[in-house]
Write a protein that binds this ligand. Structure first.
Ligand code: IVH
Length: 673
């Protein structure tokens, strides 16, 4: 028998859970938080602490359930009460007008039909089942009839209500099956993929694959670490509730705590549907997530019912797709690129093709296994795809176009640049050049060192680095600081003025934050994020260098592989020598104020316009070093908008929302001068 628990503790836990559920709703559904992220984290930590101390009080409905559950051996299957159908597709205005006619004919109606138009999220469909307001199960679409049970994974998504909201004004149904699309935002996808590449993990081709992969993890703690989001757009069974229209249903879902896309346009004529589609297709590249079209739905649920469905798709809805971002073209050759850590990446050279307005002539083939899996051969006609700013990739081979003249590709035995024998480590997808002095690796390491997130040397572009290495003027990044005007003057396309500017830029880069310095070193597995974690912990290079692998693993967010790589790096004399020579050439590391004194803790900033005394990057660094966050777009979550010269539409939006607008001087003042 457990010892009796103090009722005060029970009340405290209940209160914390209620408070956290409430703030979740304010943040995700209303996009209007009442407390800062750090305040929220503190409340969550307090709850987790109490639940750990009193395990008898642990509940599956607790907001703490988001951190993940014990791993599964496999996913169970679950049948959907109502099948999860697909949608018919339309690609031009005529297809949509024809759809409208079809609906009218079927209903034998002459009067205008009203539609609701929604962005078609390019993610993964899921169904969530709530009984008496409690999340009971979540599943994938599967084949539409049966899906996989992924409840623990879906629970980790912040915007998924673990309990539906019920108050005086909203009673919840005894059973609700709600459907939505899980996705990953573009910015989060890019950052995460960059981290993966830093860790020599294969990047995901696009946010949708990344979302699907994240949802299919048997260990929900892994899912919890992925930046998944969700919008809800429909229902299966809803007991005891009858709604008049799809729009009213969405409003009820919102009230119950489900996140609904704010861009949904309710009850519009078919003419306005077409207009809306044009607007959305223009707006699409500014959206923080991928959409692949618009879903047009008959708004009246009575009419939806009359229209019914075929075995494949409902008659009351159609997906109006955007222009394809996939095209076919011919793969002319495969070239090998050697990266900073020696990884050999096969790159497809394509017959140039226009993909949604951009000419694509190169696409990544990732690695040897991918080429084999897709059976890509030289001369093949292939489907290529680009999504946002992501590197284009070869999706598949069009086998029907094969003539038999295509040639198989195999990875070379030797590095194409330095001719050293390559190695492929058991269990890794990557083939590597193991010669760390290989000129391709040297070039890439220097480019990384000078890149925006590292020393940020303005003017030190890829071509210039190539030239300097080829001429023997640079053999390691430490040599960058030894360059002088005379040496630069002898280079192609280098005038006096640009040489001078470059020397200035090198000089200016020497003062650098600890996080950027660590990132610049290019330690394997230590990307920008890990560098920030380390810089937060250590006040000197010596402290970090003397750490064991175990010490490093103790840092939250640093796993054993990363820790081993870092400890290993600092054990090698050669690396210590390189660091010493960077410091000897005058590099000055600024050890960041520790988070404990963070002045801007939990505050979100948006920068707009040109700043006078600092670059945006510098402003961003200063804000993050002081515990603040910098976001790319203005929303109600923004605390301060920093406006420089010629600010853009962000300033207008900030004013419309009544947000605090400060100038550069105001920012410096907040940072303590
Ligand atoms: S309604 C009967 N609304 O598109 C199907 N679907 O091709 C009703 N999707 O599997 C679906 N955004 O995953 C609907 N606003 C939206 C959507 C949406 C994305 C996906 C969904 C579905 C697929 C159908």
């Amino acid at each position: 028998m457990p010892a009796t628990i103090d009722p005060g503790i029970i009340a405290k836990i209940e209160d914390l859970r209620k408070t956290l559920h409430h703030h979740n709703y304010r943040y995700y559904v209303l996009d209007d938080p009442e407390i800062s992220d750090s305040e929220y984290d503190r409340l969550m930590q307090e709850l987790i602490r109490l639940e750990t101390t009193y395990p008898d009080l642990v509940s599956p409905d607790s907001p703490s359930a988001r951190v993940g559950a014990p791993p599964l051996a496999k996913f169970d299957q679950i049948a959907h009460t109502l099948p999860m159908l697909s949608l018919d597709n339309g690609f031009a205005d005529e297809d949509i007008l024809e759809f409208d006619k079809r609906v009218q004919r079927y209903l034998n109606l002459q009067s205008e039909i009203l539609y609701t138009a929604e962005p078609k999220m390019d993610g993964v469909a899921v169904e969530l089942v709530y009984e008496d307001g409690k999340l009971l199960a979540a599943s994938t679409r599967g084949d539409g009839v049966t899906g996989e049970l992924i409840t623990a994974n879906v629970k980790t998504i912040g915007a998924v209500p673990i309990l539906m909201r019920a108050d005086r004004s909203s009673v919840v149904p005894p059973l609700l099956e709600v459907r939505g699309e899980v996705y990953i935002g573009i910015e989060a996808f890019k950052n995460w993929n960059a981290e993966r590449m830093d860790q020599d993990l294969p990047p995901f081709a696009n946010p949708r694959n990344a979302a699907a992969g994240s949802l299919r993890q048997l260990d929900s703690k892994i899912t919890a670490s992925r930046p998944l989001e969700i919008f809800f757009y429909g229902v299966g069974v809803v007991e005891d509730f009858v709604f008049e229209s799809h729009w009213k249903l969405l409003q009820a879902l919102k009230k119950w705590g489900f996140r609904i896309n704010p861009l949904i346009r309710p009850r519009i004529s078919i003419k306005d549907v077409l207009k809306c589609h044009r607007e959305l297709s223009e707006q699409r590249h500014q959206l923080p997530y991928d959409i692949d079209g618009m879903v047009v739905k008959v708004d009246s649920l009575a009419l939806q019912q009359q229209l019914g469905a075929t075995t494949r798709s409902p008659r009351w809805a159609i997906a109006y797709k955007f222009q394809a971002i996939q095209e076919t073209t011919v793969l002319e050759k495969i070239e090998i690129q050697v990266g900073r850590t020696g990884v050999l990446t096969p790159v497809a050279h394509l017959k140039p093709v226009n993909v949604a307005g951009v000419t694509v002539s190169r696409a990544t083939l990732h690695n040897e296994d991918e080429i084999e899996k897709k059976d890509v051969r030289i001369g093949d006609t292939v489907l290529v795809q680009r999504a946002g700013d992501v590197i284009p990739e070869v999706v598949k081979v069009i086998l029907s176009k094969r003539t038999g003249a295509e040639k198989k590709f195999s990875m070379p035995d030797r590095c194409p640049v330095c001719r050293t024998a390559v190695a492929r480590i058991e269990g890794e997808a990557a083939t590597r050049c193991i010669n760390s002095s290989c000129s391709a690796q040297v070039k890439e390491r220097i480019k990384h060192f000078a890149s925006k997130g590292a020393f940020d040397i303005d003017g030190m572009g890829a071509k210039l680095v190539d030239q300097l290495v080829e001429k023997g003027l640079l053999t390691s990044f430490a040599d960058l600081f030894k360059l002088d005007k005379e040496t630069l003057a002898g280079l192609e396309r280098m005038g006096d003025k640009s040489g001078e500017n470059l020397i200035h830029a090198i000089e200016a880069s020497k003062k650098i934050s600890f996080a950027r310095f660590l990132y610049a070193l290019g330690i394997r597995h230590a990307g920008e994020h890990v560098a920030v974690l380390l810089a937060d912990q250590f006040e000197s290079l010596e402290d970090l260098a003397s750490c064991s692998q175990q010490d490093l693993t103790d840092i939250d967010g640093v796993g054993p592989v990363v820790a081993e790589s870092i400890a290993n790096y600092f054990q090698q004399e050669k690396n210590l020598g390189t660091i010493q020579s960077i410091l000897d050439s005058g590099a000055q590391i600024v050890f960041e104020a520790k988070r404990k004194t963070a002045k801007l803790d939990g505050k979100t900033f948006v920068l707009t316009g040109t700043l006078d005394g600092m670059t945006r990057r510098q402003a961003k660094d200063m804000i993050t070093a002081a515990g603040g966050k910098v976001s790319g777009s203005v929303s109600r979550n923004t605390d301060f908008v920093v406006a420089g010269d010629s600010p853009g539409s962000k300033l207008k939006r900030a004013k419309d929302l009544g947000l605090a607008v400060i100038d550069e001087a105001g920012l410096l003042e907040m940072l303590g001068g």
